[in-house]
Design a protein around this ligand. Structure first.
Ligand SMILES: *[C@@H]1O[C@H](CO)[C@@H](O)[C@H](O)[C@H]1NC(C)=O
Ligand SMILES: *[C@@H]1O[C@H](CO)[C@@H](O)[C@H](O)[C@H]1NC(C)=O
Length: 327
């Protein structure tokens, strides 16, 4: 093939790649450039400091400093009880800006929406106006963060849950820009699948609010087991990280290397219900407040769960042959 033809083929391929992955917004996260990536994960937190939110925040600051973290991930249910009322809602400052005050937490925060966030003005949390109030804030429904050795795929999981549509009870959900939901989910899954297939990152990490697997109050989210999990299993995803259940847990998938990590213990916890009939692959469960850290290199991952005193509750590490990252 002549070089002209090669160039044309390359152009067409590039155009296709750009087009198919155009729907999920992408962000480049600069890293320290030393082959490490470290971040904290907290979920289900915004309660103006109450229910130990401030104590968890303090320990996040301490551990964040020690680890020299690159960013923070929030697994949703950012503001209780019913999200934000609008961009001017003081709950944003009271539950976020004024709580996570440590120097080490003055980094980019990547947030998804939880079901409680959809009970308020969901669109407000996505607004760039919030970034003017606190520049750390970034919340979108579904998006991708390219952080050199890892790619993080944030997925909007609330629209998957049938019950919120068929049996909402007293709750009113803000489904603006989500309806019709079947189309919304079909597009989202297609975009995610293509993005995962095209990903060259050593570590593929998917973040959503709802658990795929959980032995706690809400249990497995069956819609995600049916619709999302097969895509993750087919595309070498390493970690699925969620909140929703107000606890900390690690469950290993029985059919793939995926680890299901719940970090939904940013404030109110102590639900007291564990379903042991559903504990295949369960490696760790803590029914109290705390958070999680993720420490990555090209060959290793270290996951640590901490309680409200910053004490280590559980530590898990896994290595990958370097070959994997070169291919
Ligand atoms: C705060 O954390 C402590 C230690 O885990 C726990 O005993 C206490 O019940 C928590 N308080 C609330 C309000 O959850
Ligand atoms: C426990 O989990 C099983 C299987 O997931 C489910 O069928 C059952 O209803 C759950 N029990 C309770 C008390 O929630």
């Amino acid at each position: 093939m002549g070089s002209y033809h090669k160039t044309m083929v390359l152009l067409v391929v590039l155009l296709i790649v750009c087009r198919i992955s155009a729907d999920l917004e992408r962000f480049e996260q600069t890293t320290k450039g030393d082959g490490t990536l470290r971040f904290l994960v907290v979920g289900d937190w915004g309660r103006k400091g109450e229910f130990n939110q401030s104590r968890v925040a303090f320990q996040m600051g301490r551990i964040g400093e020690k680890m020299d973290i690159d960013f923070v991930v929030s697994t949703g249910d950012n503001f209780y009880d019913n999200g934000l009322k609008g961009v001017e809602d003081p709950n944003f400052v009271d539950s976020f800006t004024d709580i996570y005050t440590a120097k080490s937490l003055q980094k980019q925060w990547f947030n998804v929406l939880g079901n409680h966030d959809y009970r308020g003005d969901a669109v407000a949390q996505l607004s760039p106006l919030l970034r003017k109030i606190d520049s750390r804030w970034l919340c979108l429904r579904s998006f991708i963060v390219n952080a050199e050795l890892a790619e993080l795929f944030f997925v909007d999981t609330s629209p998957f849950v049938d019950e919120y549509f068929t049996n909402p009870g007293d709750h009113v959900y803000d489904w603006r820009d989500v309806s019709p939901v079947k189309t919304y989910i079909a597009h989202l899954l297609k975009d995610l699948e293509l993005a995962l297939e095209n990903s060259k990152a050593t570590w593929k990490i998917v973040v959503g609010h709802h658990a795929i697997r959980s032995v706690s109050h809400h249990g497995d989210t069956l819609e995600l087991v049916d619709q999302l999990l097969p895509i993750l299993q087919a595309n070498d995803v390493d970690l699925y990280i969620n909140g929703h259940d107000h606890c900390l847990q690690r469950i290993s998938d029985t059919k793939s290397p995926i680890q299901f990590l719940t970090s939904g213990a940013g404030s109110k916890a102590w639900r007291g219900d564990v379903n042991t009939s559903n504990d295949q692959g369960l490696k760790f469960f803590y029914d109290g407040q705390g958070f999680m850290s993720v420490d990555l290199t090209y060959t290793h991952v270290v996951i640590i769960f901490y309680d409200v005193f910053g004490s280590i509750l559980h530590r898990w590490t896994m290595s990958k042959p370097l070959l994997h990252s070169i291919m």
